[in-house]
Design a protein around this ligand. Structure first.
Ligand SMILES: Nc1ncnc2c1ncn2[C@@H]1O[C@H](COP(=O)(O)OP(=O)(O)OP(=O)(O)O)[C@@H](O)[C@H]1O
Length: 240
């Protein structure tokens, strides 16, 4: 089977100019993600797991390597060198990212926030509302909260909205950064079931889970990262 995502020799480091220091974040990462399967990123704190996801989504610009993504039109795009315009288009139509945190416009109801990705794909508001209600029920968000803006929700409630919104449009590649971190066991079980359901639909996933038990239940592949060595560098050497 062809991978939907193939990462080759990916590295990311940050340059702290004031301290004259280079902070390595991840290095020599090589992995593949296949349609209908989940690859889990594992490793200790600071090993660079989130940085890998951010490089794929291009919130971070990689320092080296290649990230090949197989688009729905058959084209293979290197996400390291793709234009910002192409990246935005892929984020809108094919690549989704669910983190622990919900960033959204104030004064929009939880239901409308959940619907947004479907509506922007041209699905009617009625259909989008129906699917959003199905997902919010699975996530055990109480119905009384559906019409309320999530700004005042608890951490766990916000995370449920975030997940429902991230899954509703069925991206072809789904990046998950500890999506169940503040959920109770019953809701976590529902999320696992939902992720299994969308895996069967062919969605490819690259994910970080806090609980090793979830890796065991959901992942076809594991990729272990080790923290790269911190380097103190002379900035003059770096820029020359
Ligand atoms: N924006 C940034 N600026 C500077 N350093 C960063 C930045 N983002 C990440 N790092 C550094 O890169 C390293 C890897 O961080 P990252 O968050 O990717 O690790 P992680 O494996 O996801 O950790 P955790 O399991 O604790 O979430 C850390 O040393 C971190 O301090």
């Amino acid at each position: 089977m062809e991978p939907r995502l193939k990462i080759e020799n990916l590295s990311k480091h940050f340059l702290l100019h004031e301290q004259g220091q280079q902070i390595p974040s991840c290095a020599k990462v090589n992995l593949s993600v296949f349609p209908g399967q989940l690859t889990a990123l594992v490793g200790p704190t600071g090993a660079g797991k989130s940085s890998v996801l951010k490089c794929v989504y291009r919130s971070y610009l990689p320092s080296g390597g290649r990230i090949f993504y197989h688009e729905s039109n058959g084209q293979i795009t290197d996400l390291v060198s793709a234009s910002d315009h192409s990246m935005l288009a892929l984020r809108q139509s094919e690549i989704g990212f669910v983190t622990q945190f919900l960033h959204c416009l104030p004064r929009k109801s939880a239901l409308d926030i959940t619907c947004e990705p479907l509506v922007s794909k041209g699905i009617s508001m009625n259909k989008a509302h129906e699917e959003a209600k199905r997902l919010l029920s699975i996530m055990k968000v109480p119905e009384r909260l559906w019409g309320v803006p999530p700004a005042t929700f608890s951490g766990g409630e916000k995370q449920r909205i975030n997940l429902a919104r991230g899954l509703i449009a069925r991206p072809r590649l789904l990046l998950l950064d500890e999506p169940t971190a503040s959920l109770d066991p019953a809701t976590t079980d529902n999320v696992v079931e939902l992720l299994q359901e969308i895996k069967q639909e062919g969605v490819a996933m690259l994910a970080i889970f806090h609980q090793p038990e979830l890796v065991q239940r959901l992942a076809e592949h594991r990729y272990e990262l080790t923290p790269p060595q911190a380097m103190k560098t002379n900035l003059e050497t770096l820029v020359s």
